[in-house]
Design a protein around this ligand. Sequence first.
Ligand code: MLT
Ligand code: ZN
Length: 466
Amino acid sequence: MMEDFSIEALRRVVGERGVITDEADLAPFCTDWRGMFKGRARCAVLPRCTAEVAAVVRLCAAAGVPIVPHGGNTGLSGGATPDASGEQVILSLSRMSAIRSLDVIGETMEVEAGCILQVAQEAAADAGLLLPITLAAEGSARIGGILSTNAGGTNVLRYGMARGRVLGLEVVTADGTIVSGLRQLRKDNAGYDWKQLFIGTEGTLGIVTAAVLQLAPKSRHRVTALLAVPSADDALAVLRLARQAIGETLNAFELMAGPALELVARHVGLTTPLAPAPWYVLLEASSSLPSLRDAVEEMLADVLERGAASDGVIAESEKQERELWHLRESITEAEARAGRSIKHDVSVPIALIPAFLRVADEAVMKAFPQARINAFGHAGDGNIHYNVIIPPDADSQVLNRLVHDLVVAHGGSISAEHGIGQYRVDELHRCRSAPELELARRIKLALDPAGLMNPGKVLPQTIVTR
Ligand code: MLT
Ligand code: ZN
């Protein structure tokens, strides 16, 4: 039997200040940082510890009230925004932000879900270590959201996706049980690796409350370079040469189309220190060996001699490094200021990036002659942000389908790193096979039979109710 839902009962669990009901205070929880997704909620609840998260989940489960977990709110797919019903409860992890422990010998860190990524990065750096998850939103993104979305970012080439950093996980399941697997083990093949069910599933199976993260040694030397390249094919030639010459040191290999940096110049006021070019590559390498810079210089000389790049600059100071990265990391902001942009966070096999870009450009410009294509991304791992700025009245669904069909035809994925959220639910269903979707449905029903965990995200709610 369903119990009555009561704000008072929530307040008894999380304290008076832990429940937000005032409309103005609730507003920031009901939209994402870009203002692209909007919803309504009964309230936002801010537990202070895992036991309180579990108690809140149990209260909601007893009353049949859906929960939307909320982290830094910097996702790009609407995964943390409630629906329009006003029935959902937002569960913010922001008051659970402790770094519980850091082990310099094992190079691990136990951290709560509400900890901001940059805070965790700084704690690792203070201990002479590296937390190698790097993304533009690191000043606001929280660990729980990063793990729930299996975030990517600019260092995936060397360090892998967020999933690869997780040694142990603590979650609260849909019935309010705390499951703790906060082990620090690099090797642990004892039974099902259940934590993988909660990483990247965007809170639809349970709530991540804490994690043990694998840190890495901090390199003593770093080299950052920006290259101008004539084509995307040339960019891949540079990637191949770099992998051969300095492969294991390569942290990032970012591709940016000329128009992407033109947007940055126009809307953010940052200029590129190289002459205008069709494409640019930003690469970063790091190593503790002092010979790194010589090796990078030699590799770049080779690249220029072969004509794979037409020009290049190596940062001479940390300030210049930051300036080069600032160009790259300002593309999203510039794009947001440029008009209505439709994001396609896609990946294809790396070797097929140029072919995909060629056919996609042709098809998009044919169907939407007024479109401006803003292509950039993490080419070293196959992830291209194939974003398109279109007039307000253009049909975004037609555009999505066109781009995603080409992605699938190239053996790619319609979400490389941003997740499905509420933005790509229909497209996921169009683009994934029936057996894969059925497997997802069975997992969802097994772990959240009432469909109360972040309903309508990743999977359509009808799979629970049908
Ligand atoms: C980035 O890599 O800057 C973002 O993930 C891309 C985006 O905003 O589309
Ligand atoms: Zn990205």
